[in-house]
Design a binder for this molecule. Structure first.
Ligand code: B3K
Ligand code: ZN
Length: 866
């Protein structure tokens, strides 16, 4: 397989003004008739004479140019070439495709009896021949024809303009989308679906028809998504001045989907697990995820659809910005601090790992073999952090002006990340030249902070040195432009003034390799509170003492840093035990947690976050040659010690929990459930009988899935083996009719450090509810095992690694996007202790040597070993 390089970008040779599609759906195939209105691109200097279109796995049935059959065309692997075409012409193409056999779930495919599409990034070429690149934007008219009884609902982008009966019990609906769009935003759906309607009145007074389409059994699970959509629509008007543009906005739920959701113009398609919810079947975490994904896809209507990417190297233009927007939205809907903690926790474990491994790439990559492999945490999450830093540097008002300018300047265009930064610069008059390195250089920068206090002059000096480790293809890095939000705290907890204006918080801007900052007029040595709110995606090293960390845990005015101080303290305690520097758990950690549990008036969501020990994944990230069993052992020792010492306080937390009440997805309730269920988990993990009884009672009485699943998990991850198996069996018996709940049941086992070993996971693969063709099931069993259950995945005998290798191999034959995604946990093999490293690399080598490896998996495996 060949790599594609950003440096080779050329404007398209031909442009398409209009696409007229007629799609005939049958049980065993679909016929796609397309009429393209084509003209030469005046901006193309090469003045190519041949028209080259992309196409994969297409049966070419007919090809006409301006009404005459074409005879001198060539069909090669992946392309259709029509030699010597005129300046302007019509091309009529008919292709035959086989949606039922489309197991890759790219292009047009069938999923539990319905037809649906997924075209980003390069799926449209599996439907018809087309210049399948995002900088070719056209207006689409789509007529869908199908059997009326089996497929009463026929949807495509835009507005319905015509419909009616056809012969043989068939019918048609024709849709027209007035907005030019790239082919990756094309979508169609056909199925026997129920429609849930709602509406939204825009700021300018237009009424938008909101429609959600789901299978009949899911009818009662639409309310939350529709409510989230309306909130997102209102928020985008208020915060970004963006109003919706079409008359209809449609949301469809499908069970078989390679990722979370897709922002097709006017017709968003969602993985069922990211859109359907009811209190009885979905947890608070799912409600939260749905709210943010619905918003994310909606926000793409402007950041992605109206203004799109010139080429796929610019993917973060739409994804980084849109993730930033959905993060801001979620912060506004709930607690900004809790939202930030959860997000950074994920970023720091998973994205930092990506940035430190063999697949590291810049936010704007320079090359790829398979673009599907670049929908990464770096492009999405680090990309969002980069936009957040621009927001920090410019301030909210200037940022909004920059965003307004970006949308006004580029509406209807396909542009680059550089165009985005330039709009921000032009609106604010700030120079972001050096800042652009965040898009170009891979790797997580490291800040080394030292300080000195001169008691005589009352001057405190902070010295910050930045560096960034080498990444594949980039051995040398230039310094980044890094905003460090910070403050200084006196021993009595007072926030100290930092400047003449008496500000107690400031943003230091690092641009050189080393900077010193002086603060004067201080009576004593302060405790520095650095990188507040995680103002830059960097690793920060400063040697706080344990006492200082405890102090910051309760006194830092920045909530994020209070949490982070607690994490740092716990990391230090756990790793000291693992590395033999301590044998006992430092009692100060226990006392810090006791204070959290007993201080009245604290936000319970915050307390739950602060009580959660750093994850094994994060501890691995912080360790060279990570020995997972040893890290786990130390973490377990700390958890057991803490839980035993705080048993009474944990029971006290549980005392006012009422799992039988009315459910609302509302911050107060969510926080209460989160803290109470954390307490329950700790109690059962130490084998506490009262904890067990409470878990059993909660399992019985819970009226919502958050409490029920928490009780189940508490029993699963506990020494109560009989209760555990009984509860698992009952849970399955009660919920076997609901795929989203069965997915949770799978994950509760495959992700369990107690029971989720290779034997158990192998049993799950043989369970009748497991379905290899359903990505959610595959992710919940295999993905959760390898990605979250590090204890068993890294079993010292290598059995977990070999298990994953076998499943990847099997999946690669029919769904390469999923096989390549599942290979992710193996890519960081160099981070681990020798025995784990060897077995991971061995599995990668076996995969590399397979015949017929997909391009997706080939790229991941060869780059990992390279
Ligand atoms: N843009 C889609 C992701 C498409 C992934 C293609 N392999 C969803 C999103 O980011 O909103
Ligand atoms: Zn997105």
């Amino acid at each position: 397989p060949q790599a594609v390089h950003l440096a080779d970008y050329r404007v398209p040779a031909f442009l398409i003004d209009h696409v007229d599609l007629r799609i005939e759906l049958f049980e065993d195939c679909a016929l796609v008739h397309s009429r393209l209105n084509i003209r030469r691109n005046p901006a193309d200097e090469s003045q190519a004479r041949d028209l080259v279109l992309n196409g994969e796995e297409l049966g070419l049935e007919s090809l006409m140019l301006d009404g005459r059959p074409v005879e001198n065309h060539r069909v090669d692997e992946g392309f259709l070439t029509v030699p010597s075409v005129p300046e302007h012409f019509h091309l009529d193409v008919t292709t035959r495709i086989h949606p039922r056999d489309n197991t890759r779930l790219e292009g047009l495919y069938q999923s539990s009896g319905m037809f649906c599409t997924q075209c980003e990034a390069e799926g449209f070429r599996r439907i018809t021949y087309f210049p399948d690149r995002p900088d070719v934007m056209a207006c689409y008219r789509t007529r869908i024809e199908a059997d009326r009884e089996a497929y009463p609902v026929l949807l495509a982008n835009g507005n319905p303009v015509d419909w009616g009966e056809l012969e043989d019990g068939r019918h048609q609906v024709t849709w027209e989308d007035p907005y030019p769009k790239p082919s990756y935003l094309f979508a169609m759906v056909a199925g026997d679906l129920v429609e849930k309607r709602d509406e939204f009145v825009t700021g300018s007074g237009r009424t938008i028809d909101l429609r959600m389409y789901v299978e009949a059994r899911n009818e009662a699970k639409c309310e939350h998504a529709l409510a989230s959509l309306k909130k997102a629509m209102a928020w985008d008007e208020e915060v970004y001045g963006r109003e919706y543009d079409l008359d209809i906005f449609m949301v469809v739920a499908v069970d078989d989907f390679n990722m979370g959701a897709m922002e097709n113009k006017g017709l968003n398609i969602f993985n069922s697990s990211c859109v359907l919810a009811s209190p009885e079947t979905a947890t608070d975490a799912a409600y939260d995820r749905i709210e943010s994904i619905v918003a994310h896809e909606y926000f793409h209507n402007w950041s992605g659809n109206r203004v799109t990417c010139r080429d796929w190297f610019q993917l973060s233009l739409k994804e980084g910005f849109t993730v930033f927007r959905d993060n801001q939205f979620s912060a506004d809907m709930g607690s900004p601090t809790v939202q930030r903690i959860d997000h950074v926790n994920m970023l720091r474990t998973a994205q930092f790992a990506e940035d430190a491994g063999p697949m590291a790439h810049p936010v704007r990559p320079d090359s790829y073999i398979e673009i599907a492999n670049f929908y990464t945490l770096t492009v999405y999450e680090k990309g969002a952090e980069v936009v957040r830093m621009i927001h920090t540097l410019l301030g909210p008002d200037m940022f909004r002006e920059g965003s307004d300018l970006y949308f006004a300047r580029h509406d209807g265009q396909a542009v680059t990340t550089d165009d985005f930064v330039r709009a921000m610069e032009d609106a604010s008059s700030r120079d972001l030249t050096q800042f652009r390195r965040w898009y170009e250089q891979a790797g997580t920068p490291e800040l080394r902070v030292t300080d000195a206090f001169d008691a005589e002059s009352g001057t405190y000096t902070l010295t910050i040195r930045q560096s960034c480790p080498a990444t594949p293809g980039q051995s040398h890095k230039e310094p980044f432009h890094i905003p460090v939000r910070m403050g200084l705290i006196a021993s009595d907890g007072e926030a100290l003034p930092l400047d003449a204006e008496q500000n107690t918080e400031t943003v230091l801007e690092l641009t050189d390799t080393e900077h010193s900052f002086q603060f004067s007029g201080l009576a004593e040595r302060p405790v520095p509170s650095l990188l507040r709110g995680f103002s830059a995606p960097v690793k920060l090293d400063y040697s706080w003492t344990r006492d200082q960390l405890m102090f910051l845990m309760s006194r830092d005015p920045d909530g994020f840093n209070r949490w982070d101080a607690g994490q740092k303290l716990a990391v230090d305690v756990i790793l000291s035990i693992q590395q033999g520097r301590d044998t006992e758990v430092d009692p100060r950690l226990v006392e810090a947690y006791r204070t959290l549990l007993t201080t009245p008036g604290l936000d319970r969501a915050m307390v739950a976050r602060m009580l959660a020990l750093p994850s094994t994944a994060w501890l691995i990230e912080l360790t060279d040659e990570a020995d997972v069993a040893a890290i786990d052992g130390a973490r377990h020792q700390v958890e057991q010690t803490v839980a035993r010492a705080l048993r009474d306080e944990l029971l006290q937390v549980r005392a006012d929990h009422h799992p039988g009440g009315d459910y609302a997805f509302e911050p107060g309730q969510v926080a209460a459930r989160s803290l109470s269920n954390s307490a329950l988990a700790l109690l059962t993990r130490i084998g506490d009988d009262q904890g067990r009884d409470q878990a059993l009672a909660q399992f019985d009485q819970a009226t919502n899935m958050t409490d029920r699943l928490a009780a189940l998990k508490a029993l699963v991850d506990s020494p109560f083996s009989q209760e555990r198996e009984d509860a698992l069996a009952r849970f399955h018996a009660d919920w076997q009719h609901d795929p989203q709940v069965v997915e949770q049941w799978f994950a509760a086992q495959s992700g369990s450090p107690w029971i989720g070993n290779v034997n158990r996971v192998t049993e799950l693969l043989a369970h009748p509810a497991f379905d290899w063709k359903n990505p959610n099931k595959v992710r919940m069993v295999i993905g959760v095992f390898a990605g979250r259950n590090l204890t068993h995945f890294h079993s010292p005998d290598g059995s977990g690694h070999r298990f994953l290798g076998e499943q990847i191999r099997r999946l690669d034959a029919f769904n390469p996007q999923i096989s390549a995604q599942l290979a992710q946990p193996l890519t960081r093999w160099r981070q681990y202790a020798p025995h784990l490293r060897d077995s991971m690399a061995g599995v990668l080598r076996e995969l590399r040597d397979l015949p017929d490896l997909s391009r997706d998996l080939y790229e991941v495996v060869t780059k990992s070993l390279g």
